[in-house]
Ligand binder design. Structure first.
Ligand SMILES: NC(=O)c1ccc[n+]([C@@H]2O[C@H](COP(=O)([O-])OP(=O)(O)OC[C@H]3O[C@@H](n4cnc5c(N)ncnc54)[C@H](O)[C@@H]3O)[C@@H](O)[C@H]2O)c1
Length: 328
């Protein structure tokens, strides 16, 4: 009797990444680092060279994060043959274009050609699982497994499955965790999940500040990166806010005042709606300012910085576990 027959959970040794763009190639690097066999399928043959280049560029960060025994880029295969890509696979990570019709038909096709105990996760940035699986014969194993760019560096995966895919969500969570991801499972469906909704809220505010001439975009980015984002990386928003009063008994009053400030519009212009002209100005300012020297330098900074932050947090958390157990 095989392990999957005994436990009802499929052992995952081979992953198929459908779509070999930024995210598909990033997932391939992540699953490769975890010691899995990876097949990347893309309709476009030229995506193979993009995949190889992406893996090569990711290698310093992957090595720093630690490669599983036997993990090597030579265990990542590329194909334009769909049947070959899904043959013998144990898990599908779909990262095709963010177009609902394309996704519905791609996911239905994958569903029709893979054994029923294979979970099919979509990297979609915002679509509801219930829509994504609407054309499939076996919808209960199709869900959202939403990464952040690049999946080999940013550990979060949001699982949005809805009530119809509880078991698949459970299995997907266990699998992603086994590869080193931090998993957040949504209790109910919502477009954009959690992380992207928060990013949109922050982007809206960035656009507002820019439109009001408060500061240039480099300064606004610095006010995020050198300020709240450092706390967010450690503990998110609410835990950090809870430390904002010297006396925890003042917390309730503090929250009340936050509510009043938001309601009065004193700090948060939540109704601000950027128009297309402002979005165009924003695109140009980023391309001609922050992005004027191309992506390579920014990418190297991001990769080294994220690896450094992850390693530092790992050391801190390990140290704190030691402190707590001393107290026990
Ligand atoms: N880029 C990001 O920051 C980001 C972050 C998280 C999630 N996502 C999501 O990940 C998915 C992929 O995004 P991306 O940025 O990698 O897009 P991309 O455009 O870089 O890549 C999409 C790839 O899919 C291929 N493709 C198109 N039709 C296909 C088909 N029928 N079968 C197989 N492959 C096909 C394309 O050739 C292309 O290589 C989207 O759903 C996106 O919303 C993107």
């Amino acid at each position: 009797m095989s392990e999957s027959e005994r436990t009802g959970v499929r052992k995952i040794a081979k992953v198929t990444c459908v779509g070999g763009g930024v995210i598909g190639a990033g997932w391939a690097a992540h699953f490769m680092r975890a010691g899995l066999d990876v097949v990347v399928y893309d309709q476009a043959a030229e995506r193979e060279s993009y995949l190889r280049e992406s893996l090569a560029k990711a290698m310093p960060a992957l090595t720093e994060l630690g490669m599983a025994p036997g993990a090597t880029p030579s265990r990542v295969f590329f194909t334009t043959d769909f049947q070959e890509a899904v043959k013998g696979t144990d898990f599908i990570q779909e990262s095709g274009p963010e177009n609902i019709d394309t996704k519905i038909s791609l996911l239905s096709e994958i569903d029709a050609h893979t054994p029923l105990d294979v979970v099919i996760a979509s990297s979609s940035s915002g679509f509801l699982s219930s829509k994504l699986r609407s054309g499939a014969k076996h919808p209960e194993r199709i869900l959202v497994g939403h990464p952040f760019n690049p999946p080999f560096l940013i550990p979060l995966v949001e699982i949005a499955g809805g009530a119809a895919a509880r078991e698949a969500a459970h299995n997907a969570s266990a699998f992603y965790r086994s590869t080193g991801c931090e998993v957040v499972e949504l209790d109910r469906e919502i477009e954009g999940y959690i992380g992207n909704r928060i990013q949109y809220a922050v982007l809206r505010e960035v656009l507002y500040l820019m439109s009001q001439g408060v500061a240039d975009l480099e300064s606004i980015d610095k006010a995020i990166a050198a300020g709240p984002a450092i706390r967010w990386a450690v503990m998110g928003l609410s835990s950090a806010l809870f430390l904002g009063k010297s006396d925890p008994s003042l917390w309730g009053k503090f929250v009340e005042s936050l509510g009043r400030e938001m309601d009065s519009g004193y700090i948060a212009p939540s109704s601000f709606q950027p128009d297309p002209a402002l979005m165009q100005i924003y695109a140009e300012k980023v391309a001609n300012g922050i992005g004027a020297n191309g992506q390579a330098g920014l990418m190297a900074l991001r990769n080294a910085g994220v690896v450094g932050i992850r390693s530092a947090l790992e050391r801190v958390r390990t140290g704190l576990v030691g402190v707590n157990s001393d107290l026990d």
